[in-house]
Design a protein around this ligand. Structure first.
Ligand SMILES: C[S@@+](CC[C@H](N)C(=O)[O-])C[C@H]1O[C@@H](n2cnc3c(N)ncnc32)[C@H](O)[C@@H]1O
Length: 231
């Protein structure tokens, strides 16, 4: 099963910046030796294999879809927070072809990408026009998606059935940035999926918290949780 996503070199570069596990051992070594600046601006641009990144990114995203599959349904109104180039979302939209999606993302790439908690939430690793191209190149009609620039636009008033945020919300920056917005723009049956290193904290925020992936022994050191019903 699974879909082979169509990526061009610019998309592959972003995928590598957003998912360090896509780096080859050589790329990881040179990142350590030469530093984050050269990795983000040179290695990720010129020293990549489009074929390898496309295949590995497709299988990574297909695996992520399978982990959340029981929460996916036809006709959902979906919010993606920090979806990166959007491969996961393409796969969901292809399988559930009556669903619609809104992306909230940043539209810049930090000079030296740091993969960790950022109190100021000043790190961005995306380019919204490349993300838009990826959706269109992979046959998602523009009538089914909206892309919102987190730093420039107002978040839309809506009622989302599903909120997906892999390695973004509460992984890189505080959940509280979106807390009030999510309370207002979801309903009691909505499911909110994200990665965090403090999952117990969310038992105070939601009535239901289910661990759906344990990443504690990987580079991510987090748990993925599916939450329902704000307290
Ligand atoms: C580590 S990447 C993960 C991308 C994608 N979810 C994935 O799993 O491949 C984190 C993403 O969060 C985005 N981001 C950072 N702050 C954000 C914010 N306040 N709102 C939405 N997205 C944000 C970054 O631009 C980046 O694309």
């Amino acid at each position: 099963m699974g879909i082979d996503l169509k990526l061009n070199r610019k998309m592959a570069q972003l995928a590598l910046l957003q998912r360090i596990e896509l780096a080859s051992p050589f790329q990881k070594r040179t990142r350590k030796l030469l530093g984050r600046y050269l990795f983000s601006n040179f290695i990720s641009k010129y020293l990549i294999s489009l074929k390898n990144i496309s295949e590995n990114y497709s299988s990574l995203m297909s695996n992520e879809v399978s982990i959340m599959h029981k929460f996916l349904k036809q006709n959902q109104n979906i919010l993606s927070i920090g979806g990166g180039i959007g491969g996961l979302e393409v796969m969901i939209m292809k399988e559930f072809n009556l669903s619609n999606i809104t992306f909230v993302e940043k539209n810049y790439i930090s000079k030296k990408i740091r993969y960790g908690w950022d109190y100021k939430n000043s790190e961005g690793y995306n380019n919204l026009s490349i993300m838009r191209d990826l959706l269109l190149d992979n046959d998602i009609s523009s009538s089914r998606f909206k892309i919102i620039n987190f730093d420039r636009e107002k978040l839309p008033k809506d009622n989302f059935d599903l909120v997906v945020s892999l390695y973004s919300l509460d992984y890189h920056y505080d959940f509280n940035i979106y807390l009030e917005y999510l309370k207002i723009n979801t309903n009691k049956d909505s499911v909110i999926i994200f990665d965090t290193i403090r999952y117990k904290y969310f038992k105070k925020i939601f009535k239901e918290v289910e661990i759906i992936k344990n990443n504690e022994n990987t580079v991510h050191k987090s748990k993925r949780i599916a939450c329902k019903s704000f307290r």
